[in-house]
Write a protein that binds this ligand. Structure first.
Ligand code: GAL
Length: 691
């Protein structure tokens, strides 16, 4: 049964549910003490190849330095060729072969790709698009997330796999499905939507009140009348609740299999699912609450990395569980799913791996080993070519694997160190996206622009949900906290009163969790603490000058702030002769005890943002580990178990020199004569605690 009410109860009341995890996972790749602390490996699809080739493949993987293979994730029609007839003999042999080569194995449940017999006999399990089109066989993810029948089949195959491999000595973890995301609009989904709304609002009167349905005669007499929509000119309350609905549905969908697995597997095996970058389909913090670790698939589709933005995505994934994660897939050079699939330059695949490690990955797995002879992904980057021999990228990957294997004992049980936290709110992202007001107000871009100088200047940022424990972070920045509940506001106020420095960006504190306007002007429930409110907001089609201690330009968005308390300081004002903004405060700040709250009402340009970040970090007494490094240099610190490590990556094309902190000792990599080579990576040990 779909557990809408139960999932909802722990989804919508922020922070109410305690995480449910059968075992406390360490800050390392697996909970098996005798296994490597860093997993390096590849996706391998033995079902696509003759069995007499497997041994050669595994020997070549070993020669590449891999210690892990991920398999079975799309092999449903091979594991269950007909309804109820299971054939695991081939997988037994594939796992045994991997084990014989000393590999750790991650098993995927195959439910992203239902077999043809299933959807032919039970077409009701197929997903239906918003326009009414029913999906068919031949691609993947063609199932409805609401189909009870589909979930029964999923539970069954997961149970069979768990019974068979739940104590296999090679298996270290399980990946459920693959990149879940597309919702469905079939009849069962509509039924689940109505059940969801009923569980969320209790009575239709309450829904009508929260959604303000007197507007445009939207009033509903019954839950059954509420249409299921993801897009279009619908009430933004409905559209935000659609996202809450998909969060509940996907969380419950994944838990259906997680529960089945956990009944039969060694509790040291992790249970996870692999997610995509900045995926807006569901609230990833909620989805991961009942999984053991987070795992994601990191691709640079156009082959032109924006390293800081990529680092932000790693930090977000780490934030899902606030513990180290798996890089479940990454590209051996290029992808095949964008208009121009440019390959990364030599050295950048290695940079990607080390960047992931620097941001808290304990595993780097490539996708994929060898392209299938046919199928949708024959052009994708792989470690082997179609002839079964190595591609030119292999030596770089082998070098990376050798370095990671060597560094594993040092990296074991360490995690990224950050003193700045940034709050990412799916509700806020969705709410802004639904009503951008300025088409250029991309909430992920807005977030990333705050992240950029904070990361490069502090060299460590944690990205957290709004209800996280913030007490160990002297500086907390919430770039666009549009949706803010009363409970969240109270927790943030407590953080400030306890000495924390809180910074809110534009559009913060405007909506409640039904996407309705707070009756107070922004920042709504934090307006009293700030001692100021947003008097008015304006979409900008041209930039406007700002002056003061943060000077530069504002673009896209500008809010005028009106102090209500006498001790509020104006840090920047607009200069906009003849316009609404002229002379009005753009950034205000107020000290509260030893803490402070700052509100930034404008979308700042790069220079102003850098200046603001420097001020905020100085106020919070946060200093970088390496001072004055070139912008191409990325610095990350991992600490724990009595160790401190520094990872330095030169993302640029020329060697760079910088001054290491006292006591830094190079362990491996491309550091020589005080310089880090172009596209170079180096690992150092550090002494003492970070200031
Ligand atoms: C991922 C997916 C893989 C493969 C890969 C290609 O999104 O999980 O199965 O399709 O993309 O880049």
């Amino acid at each position: 049964m779909i557990m809408i009410a139960a999932v909802l109860a722990s989804t919508m009341s922020a922070g109410a549910a305690a995480p449910r995890s059968p075992t406390a996972f360490p800050q390392r790749a697996t909970a098996f003490a005798d296994k490597p602390a860093i997993a390096v490996g590849v996706s391998w699809y033995p079902e696509q190849w003759p069995e007499d080739r497997w041994d050669k493949d595994l020997a070549m993987m070993k020669a590449t330095g891999f210690n892990t293979v991920r398999m079975a994730e799309f092999a449903w029609s091979r594991m269950e060729p007909e309804e109820g007839r299971f054939d695991f003999a081939w997988l037994d042999r594939a796992i045994a072969a991997a084990r014989a080569h000393g590999m750790m194995v991650v098993l995927g449940t195959p439910t992203a790709a239902p077999p043809a017999w299933l959807t032919q006999k039970y077409p009701d399990v197929l997903r239906v698009d918003e326009d009414g089109t029913r999906a068919g066989h031949g691609a993947r993810r063609q199932f409805s997330f609401a189909s009870q029948r589909y979930r029964d089949f999923c539970r069954q195959i997961a149970t069979e796999m768990a019974k068979r491999y739940g104590h296999n000595p090679a298996v270290v973890g399980w990946q459920i499905d693959n990149e879940v995301g597309p919702p469905s609009f079939d009849a069962e989904s509509v039924g689940a939507w109505h059940a969801f709304l009923k569980a969320r609002y209790g009575t239709i009167d309450e829904l009508n009140r929260r959604w303000a349905t007197q507007y445009w005669s939207q009033y509903y007499n019954d839950f059954d009348q509420v249409p299921l929509h993801a897009t279009g000119q619908q009430n933004p309350a409905l559209l935000l609740d659609f996202k809450h609905f998909t969060t509940v549905m996907w969380t419950d969908y994944i838990q259906n299999e997680a529960t089945a697995l956990r009944q039969a597997i060694d509790p040291r095996m992790f249970v996870t699912t692999n997610t995509m970058f900045w995926n807006a389909g569901f609230d990833h913090f909620r989805m991961h609450r009942d999984l053991d670790i987070a795992a994601w698939d990191n691709y640079i589709p156009d082959g032109r990395p924006d390293w800081v933005a990529n680092g932000a995505n790693h930090d977000l994934v780490r934030g899902y569980k606030q513990r180290n994660f798996w890089l479940m897939e990454t590209q051996p050079g290029r992808v095949d799913w964008v208009p121009v699939n440019r390959a990364l330059d030599p050295g950048q695949v290695r940079e990607m791996a080390w960047q992931a490690i620097g941001h808290g990955a304990d595993a780097v797995l490539y996708w994929q080993w060898r392209p299938a002879a046919n199928g949708q992904e024959t052009y994708h980057g792989a470690i082997l070519g179609q002839d079964g021999e190595f591609n030119p990228i292999q030596p770089e990957i082998a070098r990376t694997a050798a370095e990671l294997n060597k560094a594993a004992p040092l990296l074991a049980d360490t995690q990224p160190i950050a003193r700045v936290a940034m709050l990412f709110s799916y509700d806020s992202r969705w709410a802004i996206d639904l009503q951008r007001h300025n088409r250029d107000f991309d909430p992920v871009k807005a977030f990333t622009e705050f992240y950029r100088p904070l990361r490069t200047q502090s060299q460590g940022v944690a990205i957290l949900p709004v209800d996280a424990d913030l007490s160990r972070y002297p500086l907390v920045v919430a770039p666009d906290l549009n949706v803010l509940t009363a409970n969240e506001a109270q927790a943030l106020a407590r953080y400030v009163r306890a000495g924390g420095h809180l910074v809110l960006g534009p559009r913060s504190g405007m909506k409640d969790d039904a996407n309705a306007l707070w009756p107070q002007r922004q920042p709504g429930p934090l307006a009293d603490l700030l001692g100021a409110t947003v008097e008015q907001y304006y979409a900008l089609d041209q930039s406007v000058e700002i002056t003061g201690s943060v000077a530069g330009k504002a673009a896209i968005w500008a809010e005028t702030l009106a102090p209500t308390a006498s001790d509020v300081r104006t840090l920047a004002s607009y200069r906009d002769t003849g316009g609404w903004l002229d002379g009005k405060p753009a950034i205000v700040s107020r000290n509260v005890g030893r803490g402070s709250i700052t509100y930034v009402g404008a979308w700042l340009d790069t220079a102003a943002m850098a200046k603001l970040a420097a001020m905020l970090l100085a106020d919070a007494k946060i200093t970088p580990i390496v001072d004055g490094a070139d912008p191409d240099i990325e610095i990350a610190e991992r600490g724990g178990a009595g160790k401190r490590l520094l990872i330095a990556i030169n993302h640029g094309k020329v060697a760079q020199s910088f001054v290491l902190p006292a006591g830094a000792v190079p362990v491996s990599g491309d550091w020589a004569d005080g310089r880090l080579a172009a596209h170079g990576v180096a690992l150092f040990t550090l002494r003492g605690d970070r200031k």
